[in-house]
Ligand binder design. Structure first.
Ligand code: ADP
Ligand code: MG
Ligand code: MG
Length: 208
């Protein structure tokens, strides 16, 4: 995976999030404060602007820049959380020049998910972005084990994230704003899990 694949990943993620911004905000209106779509749209737009202004010369630097920008530019909980995923991925891949292998990517992604779980103190089943990110990470690891190519692996990760996001609908939120609703959070898809599925769909699209 060359450096430009990582830049294209953020460009496509920004495009998909913008296209679905109102859906993400509606999901957040149901169980949060109705800003997830605008938060992430603004954050990813800033990421793309920063990457275009000073194109980083390695995958690690693309990821670190994206992570730092999200942490700095997104006010909501999701900024630092997504930011920590990408910043950790950048840290894990530091010193590695392009191309990054699928195994290297899967390992970095796994560490990124661990970072967000640690920061948010969220686990699988808490009805957060972790419910989409962790299954995506598992799918990547299985794809590596089975000797799959990048395209197949990313497709499977996107599918796992989408399934994981839908699986949040019957869950009761235990983290974030939605947890204040208690049982009333049941029956709605978690906005952060929905956006995580879009981010994985973006990866699948750029490597397809
Ligand atoms: P805010 O809740 O501050 O308005 P956003 O609306 O942008 O921030 O993001 C909300 C999403 O962030 C939730 O749908 C959930 O997926 C994720 N989230 C919130 N708190 C946590 C946490 N502690 N751990 C993991 N993810 C979380
Ligand atoms: Mg919100
Ligand atoms: Mg908010």
């Amino acid at each position: 995976m060359e450096t430009d694949v990582f830049v294209a990943w953020f460009e496509e993620a920004a495009r998909l999030v913008r296209a679905d911004r109102d859906r993400l905000t509606r999901l957040d209106a149901a169980i949060g404060d109705a800003d997830h779509g605008t938060n992430l749209d603004r954050g990813l737009t800033e990421v793309c602007k920063t990457l275009a202004e000073a194109p980083p010369d390695s995958p690690a630097r693309v990821l670190s820049t994206a992570g730092a920008t999200l942490i700095r530019r997104v006010g909501g909980a999701s900024g630092p959380l997504y930011g920590s995923v990408f910043r950790q991925m950048g840290k894990t891949l530091e010193g590695q020049e392009a191309p990054v292998t699928l195994a290297g990517f899967a390992g970095a992604f796994e560490e990124g998910v661990v970072a967000v779980e640690r920061l948010g103190k969220a686990a699988l089943g808490d009805k957060t972005m972790v419910d989409a990110l962790a299954p995506a990470s598992r799918a990547l690891a299985l794809a590596v084990r089975d000797g799959a190519g990048v395209r197949e692996a990313a497709g499977q990760a996107a599918q796992a994230a989408e399934q994981g996001a839908r699986a949040t609908i019957p869950m009761q939120a235990r983290k974030g704003r939605a947890s204040y609703l208690g049982e009333r959070s049941i029956g709605h898809e978690d906005p952060g899990a929905a956006s995580a599925a879009l981010i994985m769909a973006a990866l699948a699209a750029v490597v397809a």
